[in-house]
Write a protein that binds this ligand. Structure first.
Ligand code: KIV
Length: 280
């Protein structure tokens, strides 16, 4: 069957049909191409960029310009997946006008199909403004890394009935505000299940268990390219870092001993031309 570009309608149809939605992050051209070739439904250019690629301590310092730079590279490697740009901290909090301008940069400069922003009741107004401007919005509830200091650290959210009720209420508000789907990060599985049953738009789990309509992971975590920590909810499908380190060590040793480059990695000049050169 001919492969078609994934749309928001396709993701919503998956929820209706009981089929799981797949999402991974990407931050550059080669990784985007691999994710797209694996037929993952959606690629998120997450602001996790700040930690797993740029080496910041948190996602807070990430700027719009950094996000756009990476989103453009991801766009060039993505043909079919729905491409979502993550609005960084303070790109949507100052005013609705500022938020629309920043969201529109993801669409116009980086060719994204949608944007994501973190938060519940406090972002309902700005979510509506961006949606009304014609830009699809993915919500993000539970553990919201941009406000991790307010949450008291990278902790499970919604463990008490009251906290879980607030996430459910926020999910309903975001649905009403026009979000096309919501990421639930680090929420107990039963709470995520309840939310998934109570709203009509898809829920995407990031450490929220198996009952959501889809799953998202930070690619660099699941392929073992980020070594500072591995969250409990991440499954590492491959550990690339030790393989790459081994290759670098082998290269160093071969250069130092002269076994690289070999004849097959070397260009030759025609003997006749070379003897002319020697005569000069
Ligand atoms: O920034 C990111 O990669 C995210 C996902 C973990 C959902 O927000």
């Amino acid at each position: 069957m001919e492969r078609k570009k994934i749309t928001i309608t396709d993701l919503q149809a998956k929820k209706r049909d009981g089929k799981k939605i797949t999402m991974l992050t990407a931050y550059d051209y080669p990784m985007a191409k691999l994710v797209d070739n694996a037929e993952i439904d959606s690629i998120l250019v997450g602001d996790s960029l700040g930690m797993v690629v740029l080496g910041y301590e948190s996602t807070v310092p990430v700027t719009m310009d950094e996000m756009i730079h990476h989103a453009k590279a991801v766009r060039r490697g993505t043909k079919y997946a729905l491409l979502i740009g993550d609005m960084p901290f303070m790109s949507y909090q100052v005013s609705n006008e500022d938020a629309i301008r920043n969201a529109s940069r993801f669409m116009k400069e980086a060719g994204c199909d949608a944007v994501k922003l973190e938060g519940g009741s406090e972002v309902v107004g700005v979510t509506k403004a961006i949606v009304n401007a014609g830009i699809p919005v993915l919500g993000h509830l539970g553990l919201t890394p941009q406000t991790v200091s307010k949450l008291g650290g990278y902790k499970i959210q919604g463990k008490s009935a009251e906290a879980a009720r607030k996430i459910l209420d926020d999910a309903r508000l975001l649905e009403k505000a026009g979000c096309f789907a919501i990421v639930l990060e680090c929420v107990p599985d039963k709470v995520a299940k309840l939310i998934t049953e109570r709203i009509s738009i898809p829920t995407i789990s990031c450490g929220a268990g198996p009952y959501c309509d889809g799953q998202v992971l930070v690619t660099n975590d699941m392929v073992g390219l980020f070594d500072r920590f591995v969250p409990k909810f991440v499954k590492q499908y491959v550990k690339l870092a030790p393989l790459i380190l081994e290759a670098f060590k082998k290269y160093k040793s071969e250069v130092e001993t002269g076994s690289f480059p070999a004849a097959e990695h070397t260009f030759a000049i025609n003997e006749e031309e070379f003897s002319k050169l020697m005569k000069d």
